[in-house]
Ligand binder design. Structure first.
Ligand SMILES: [Zn+2]
Length: 216
């Protein structure tokens, strides 16, 4: 199966990708991993990418598309994949479609794990971390034993900048801006499956498997 996984930050997309990978027996491919692997080599595409990263610049879409296709030199993705973090916009999606078409491959589904912004803000803003040992907590689902002190070393817990409601709202706004046209693009191809991501990890996984089973 060839799947593209989408979902806002904080919806648990990474966790779902891992469970889906073992369930469907196809590799979970994240663009972050492809970039890191490529940068370890002397591949000309990697050298080109490094020029941008060294200057703190965003890698252009054209180059990102090339980077992604390098992953297809490895056989494991020929039987299927779960793509995560790509395509990020319509231009990348069109280019990826073209690449797939050249190889007579098609996407089976675009799995869109969705949850209302308020849910995500509530989930993420409850996270706390111990600045001493790095242990993480959640004020609702994984509370420290005493007040807001670390169980291990009693250090007062802190909230990471990334977990503050204002930061989460900004990230969500960017996500929606980028994703809306992409969802429309894949909806026109009849590929989008929206999964309710508000429940537990297991529940979301079950819903995903059930929905994928129906398209087979
Ligand atoms: Zn601690």
């Amino acid at each position: 199966m060839r799947i593209i996984l989408m979902g806002p930050p904080g919806v648990g997309k990474g966790t779902q990708a891992v469970t889906l990978e073992s369930h469907l027996n196809v590799p979970h491919v994240s663009t972050g991993d492809i970039f890191r692997a490529l940068l370890r080599t002397e591949d000309p595409i990697g050298i080109e990418v490094r020029k941008y990263l060294d200057h703190g610049l965003l890698v252009p879409d054209e180059l990102t598309n090339q980077v992604v296709t390098t992953r297809f030199r490895e056989q494991d993705v020929h039987k299927g994949f779960i793509f995560d973090g790509y395509p990020r916009n319509v231009f990348q999606a069109e280019s990826f479609d073209k690449f797939l078409k050249e190889h007579n491959w098609t996407i089976d589904a675009v799995v869109n794990i969705a949850a209302p912004d308020e849910d995500i803000i509530k989930r993420l803003s409850g996270r706390r971390v111990c600045p001493t040992c790095g242990k993480t907590y959640h004020l609702e689902s994984n509370k420290p034993k005493v007040d807001t002190l670390c169980d291990v070393d009693q250090t007062p817990l802190i909230q990471r900048e990334d977990d503050k409601p204002e930061t989460i709202k900004k990230r969500l706004a960017i996500y929606h801006d980028q994703t809306k046209p992409l969802i429309e693009y894949y909806s026109k191809q009849g590929l989008v499956i929206t999964i309710d991501g508000t429940g537990t990890i297991e529940k979301t996984h079950d819903l995903t498997i059930k929905a994928l089973g129906e398209i087979k």
